[in-house]
Design a protein around this ligand. Structure first.
Ligand code: 3PG
Ligand code: MG
Length: 402
């Protein structure tokens, strides 16, 4: 992968850059601007080099249709505020609006194209369709910089195909994220603890499989833990269960034991009869042992004994990777476990990494500062796929000819 400085003198050149501005919105208000902030180092570098900067980004999943709900207008405004300069938003993606805006750019100015996912070919599975759109993107730049780390696992026109058409380089964010991922795989320092949470166990099996090879301890919480607890023969009441994955979970528990590794599961849980994410409320919360979940209750957070057990393992680690909440962290009474894990990571002397857009937003919304962690990744899906050992198209393409 080349870096921006390898692209030579960029003064007066049109630099087409892919960023990930897929930020959480409440109406048109950005509730976590972490991904926009993460793009600033490279954008500032390009601006200072006197480049004409053309930014491509997506927001949500408008599925190939122009839909104002997914306009990048809030991102353009926020980026302008952070940079202290106007960022003009094109009225379209590659149409006359975008072309005119790019043609009028002065050295050091920044323009943002509209949501690339307004274009039906952006996410097409047909190579020729994506390539045709990529050629239109490429006509708006002289070189391409890939800095949208959160989307490098997608084989999409603005991420993958366009990189083949122009001299390309990785931006500072992509370079930094890849460096961190290497510290979690090839160069992980022991003791290495991985903390996984989130609702769906099926989403995490591939990463468990791969990380069991390098990690010493795997901590499992969140909704996905109940399928493991069921596999241990516990009654889990109305808790989340993926019955088809019980055997796989038991297999990993056995594999870990055989390899002399540890998988830590919750020893106690916070249970409720029901909760309402929108209203951020639940029925009364009770703490029970993990093998004593009442039939009419569901586990919705880990309990205090589990918090202590998990924190102890985290505090003894040299490397920690965490992805996924321990409970229904949107609801304050069910965010205790997630909070405890975040606290332990923040207090750790080891290299701590919070993986993923949702986990990153969760720790920020709980009041933690980015500086309290070794690294907060801007890519959930992208970092998990890397940790699964998969080839990420948006990274592989940067290793190619251009
Ligand atoms: C994300 O938020 O996960 C990235 O921006 C990629 O978006 P996607 O999952 O809709 O492809
Ligand atoms: Mg995603």
């Amino acid at each position: 992968m080349k870096s921006v400085s390898d692209l030579g003198d960029l003064r007066g050149k049109r630099v087409l850059i892919r960023c990930d501005f897929n930020v959480p919105l409440d109406g048109t208000t950005i509730t976590d601007d972490g991904r926009i902030r993460a793009a600033l180092p490279t954008l500032t570098q390009l601006k200072d080099a006197g480049a004409k900067v053309v930014v491509m980004a997506h927001l949500g999943r408008p599925k190939g249709k122009v839909d104002p709900t997914y306009s990048l207008a809030p991102a353009a405004a926020r980026l302008g505020e952070l940079l202290g300069t106007e960022v003009k938003l094109a009225g379209d993606v590659v149409g006359p609006g975008a072309q005119a805006l790019v043609a009028g750019l002065q050295d050091g100015e920044i323009a943002l194209l509209e949501n690339v996912r307004y274009e039906p070919a952006e996410e097409s599975k047909v190579d020729a369709e994506r390539e045709e759109l990529a050629a239109k993107y490429a006509a708006l730049g002289d070189v391409f910089v890939s800095d949208g780390f959160g989307v490098v696992h997608r084989k999409q026109a603005s991420v993958y195909d366009v990189a083949k058409l122009l001299p390309n380089a990785a931006g500072q964010l992509v370079a930094k994220e890849v460096d961190v991922l290497k510290k979690l795989t090839e160069h992980a320092v022991s003791p290495y603890v991985v903390v996984l949470g989130g609702a769906k166990v099926a989403d995490k099996l591939a990463v468990i499989d791969n990380l069991l090879k390098v990690a010493d301890t795997l901590i499992i919480g969140g909704g996905m833990a109940y399928t493991f607890l069921k596999g241990k023969g516990y009654e889990i009441g109305a808790s989340l269960l993926d019955a088809e994955k019980i055997d796989a979970c038991v297999g990993y528990l056995e594999q870990a034991t055989a390899a002399g590794k540890q998988i830590l599961l919750p020893v106690d849980v916070r249970v409720v009869e029901d909760f309402d994410i929108k209203a951020r409320t639940s029925t009364p919360v009770t703490i029970v042992d993990a093998d004593a979940i009442p039939a009419d209750q569901e586990g919705a957070d880990i309990g205090p004994a589990s918090e202590a057990l998990f924190a102890d393992a985290i505090l003894g680690a040299a490397t920690i990777f965490w992805n996924g909440p321990m409970g229904v962290a949107e609801i304050p009474s069910l965010a205790e476990g997630t909070n405890a894990v975040a606290k332990a990571l923040a207090a750790s002397d080891g290299f701590s990494v919070v993986g993923g857009g949702d986990s990153a937003a969760a720790v920020r919304n709980l009041g933690f500062a980015d500086e309290q962690f070794g690294h907060i990744s801007t890519g959930g899906g992208a970092s998990l796929e890397y940790l699964e050992g998969k080839v990420l198209p948006g990274l592989a393409v940067l290793e190619g000819e251009n």
